[in-house]
Ligand binder design. Structure first.
Ligand SMILES: NC(=O)c1ccc[n+]([C@@H]2O[C@H](COP(=O)([O-])OP(=O)(O)OC[C@H]3O[C@@H](n4cnc5c(N)ncnc54)[C@H](O)[C@@H]3O)[C@@H](O)[C@H]2O)c1
Length: 362
């Protein structure tokens, strides 16, 4: 079993990674010197697939276990669902020595993490991520929260887990479109990390799509290591952590204009990455034909390389009012070289418009 260490200002915690690691959840939690009971928060899909096994893993290590199931889907990330969960935890006599285990994708991780950060002013938190996106991204780094009707992720906190158990074998039941969602973030990490990772992804994309663990595990490890490095430098997102937004400003514009339905987050990120690389070629003379290589990789992975049915001017307009951009020309992450991101780049509005139009084939 691979053990990585998250070393943030607020907390140090281990991330255990291996196919089958979730079967050892109880032993791993016990090895952290923790007692009390475990309340597993999961969603209806994941409960059907893995709840029994994970419950058993904790029970066999001597823990009392309870479970709360929420409906699958983004709607569960709400204050009203959080209120229901607080009452449920109280009814289950959950106290500060107990812990919550978030078993699921990013929705469950963000919601259960938020509950753990606020219930009785904070109780223990174990993350067992079950989607690729949550394994490489949302389960680590401590951003937890819920949506409000006006905006996503607007209420939340920074609350690091005490333990993360990443088991890539859980991805085998993931619908293909959900796997591809996470792959957009994996491609982002490859661009941020350097050519070795990017090339590894180009040459093993088929094995990844087939979920050959010999390829998936090292890729997931690279992503986690990259994020852990960033978060240990800048837990609260005041500086370097912004590199993780590579491709995300254009993506957010596309998601907004498409009403969060025309393009999924991962699809929008794929398009945003293409725009960011093309702009990087112009601003920093990024070399290496990465725009073409990126398009071909995204295409092979089943991600879009053209934006259809979305007005590019509406996208740049939405970017101007994006929470991650003060005005149209600010706050894009670009690459000086592959593996060398630069945050807060001033991008000329005309250049940005041209590249978003180009995504639309104009
Ligand atoms: N906290 C962070 O740093 C951070 C970072 C990125 C994204 N997020 C958040 O993550 C959320 C998206 O997460 P997501 O993409 O994991 O979506 P999700 O949690 O909604 O999961 C996607 C779907 O897959 C199902 N599922 C989960 N694991 C499965 C498995 N192993 N087999 C079969 N089905 C499975 C779920 O029930 C759900 O229907 C968003 O709310 C986003 O805001 C948070």
């Amino acid at each position: 079993m691979i053990q990585l260490l998250a070393n943030t200002r607020s907390k140090e915690y281990p991330v255990f990674l291996s196919a089958g690691a979730s079967n050892d959840a109880g032993k791993l939690w016990s090895s952290q010197g923790r007692g009390g009971k475990i309340v597993i928060i999961t969603d209806s899909n994941v409960a059907n697939l893995f709840l029994g096994e994970v419950e058993q893993a904790f029970v066999s290590a001597g823990f009392g276990v309870k479970a709360i199931v929420v409906d699958a889907g983004e709607e569960a990330k709400s204050l009203s669902e959080a209120t229901r969960l607080y009452s449920e935890l109280y009814r289950l006599q959950t106290r500060r020595r107990d812990a919550i285990c978030a078993l699921g994708g990013g929705v469950v991780g963000d919601l259960a993490g938020f509950i753990a950060s606020t219930y009785m002013r904070g109780i223990g938190l174990v993350q067992i991520p079950t989607t690729l996106l949550s394994q490489v991204d949302s389960s680590i780094g401590g951003k937890v929260g819920v949506n409000i009707s006006e905006a996503k992720n607007f209420v939340g906190s920074f609350y690091q887990p005490d333990l993360v158990i990443t088991d890539p074998s859980l991805l085998k039941t993931l619908p293909r479109d959900q796997l591809v969602e996470g792959l957009a973030e994996v491609v982002k990490y490859a661009l941020l990390s350097g050519d070795e990772f990017f090339y590894a992804l180009e040459s093993s994309h088929e094995e990844f799509l087939m979920l050959n663990m010999a390829f998936v595990e090292p890729m997931v490890r690279r992503c986690i290591e990259y994020k852990l490095g960033v978060v240990s430098d800048d837990e609260r997102d005041y500086g370097r952590r912004a590199v993780l937004n590579l491709g995300h400003s254009v993506a957010h514009g596309i998601e907004t204009v498409g009403n969060y339905t025309a393009y999924s987050h991962g699809q929008a990120v794929a398009l945003g990455l293409i725009a960011a690389i093309r702009i990087s070629e112009q601003v920093f003379s990024l070399e290496g034909d990465y725009a073409a290589r990126l398009e071909s990789l995204l295409d092979l992975l089943g991600l879009p390389v053209r934006m259809e049915g979305i007005d590019p001017h509406a996208v740049t307009g939405a970017m101007a009012s994006d929470k991650k951009a003060d005005d149209l020309s600010a706050n894009m992450v670009l690459l000086k070289q592959i593996g060398e991101p630069v945050i807060n780049c001033d991008v000329d509005a005309a250049m940005l418009t041209r590249e978003v139009e180009r995504l639309a084939g104009e």
